[in-house]
Design a protein around this ligand. Structure first.
Ligand code: SF4
Length: 241
């Protein structure tokens, strides 16, 4: 019994879906059958699309260097990263759920939370083929105004999400390998004492009242000064992620 409860707890969303189906089949069997057919349709669609997406994700993961993704979509990528994220999301193909494994891989490789929000949102609502259809049916003016306002909302969402959701809070343990890890300063913990910058000025800089890494540093590039900074940081804010 406790094993069943444990399974339900660890798969709470799936358990809720199953419970909903059971209730539907008891009280509204017609709706239950209709819902089951819809679900089976989407599962079939996912089974066709997901292998291709997972293959694409693995290819990007294997062939695109971490530094390239960090430079193009990482925390310091600025306007370039924002534009690239909009283009990536807008020119993508396939349903939105296909974007999730790709985005998780991009986060693992160093993309920022803000840019991931832009990619996902652009993928969902401003894809280029969709815009062309929208202009055809509702007119170019409608499409352009909606595109502009949607893009503005996406940028706002990206800023807000990146303030609320920190990278460390995104579950990554299942895919991060030790070799991939990049040195990071967790701004939530950094108390701005500047010790890391004094110990290793070539690797750390102060940005405002918080420390930051001066460049992208892979775990394979660790040296004695970095080790000392990690050990001596009073807030234990420096870690590989
Ligand atoms: S040593 Fe730690 S707490 Fe101090 S500035 Fe560096 S990261 Fe922040």
């Amino acid at each position: 019994m406790s094993l069943i409860l444990k399974k339900i707890k660890s798969n709470i969303f799936l358990s809720l879906v199953i419970l909903t189906y059971i209730i539907l089949f008891i009280f509204l069997p017609d709706k239950g059958i209709q819902s089951l057919n819809n679900s089976l349709y989407y599962i079939k669609e996912m089974l066709i699309i997901m292998p291709v997406i997972l293959l694409l994700t693995s290819l990007i993961e294997a062939w695109v260097p971490r530094k390239t993704i960090q430079n193009s979509l990482g925390e310091g990528s600025g306007i370039k990263g924002i534009l690239f994220s909009f283009l990536f999301g807008s020119f993508s193909a396939g349903p939105i759920y296909a974007a999730f494994p790709i985005c998780k891989m991009l986060i693992k490789k160093g993309a920022s939370v803000a840019n991931i929000v832009i990619i996902l949102s652009a993928w969902a609502v401003i894809k280029i083929p969709m815009l062309a259809n929208e202009a055809k049916f509702l007119g170019p003016q409608f499409m352009l105004v909606r595109w502009f306002l949607t893009s503005l909302s996406i940028a706002t969402m990206a800023i807000i999400t990146s303030k609320i959701v920190k990278k460390v809070e995104i579950p990554m343990d299942d895919i991060i390998t030790r070799d991939d890890a990049v040195l990071n300063v967790d701004k939530n913990f950094c108390v701005g004492c500047g010790l890391c910058v004094s110990v290793s000025p070539e690797n750390f800089v102060m940005k405002g009242k918080k420390a930051n890494t001066a460049k992208i540093i892979l775990i394979s590039e660790e040296n004695d000064k970095i080790k000392t900074a990690i050990e001596k940081c009073p807030a234990k804010a420096i870690k590989y992620m």
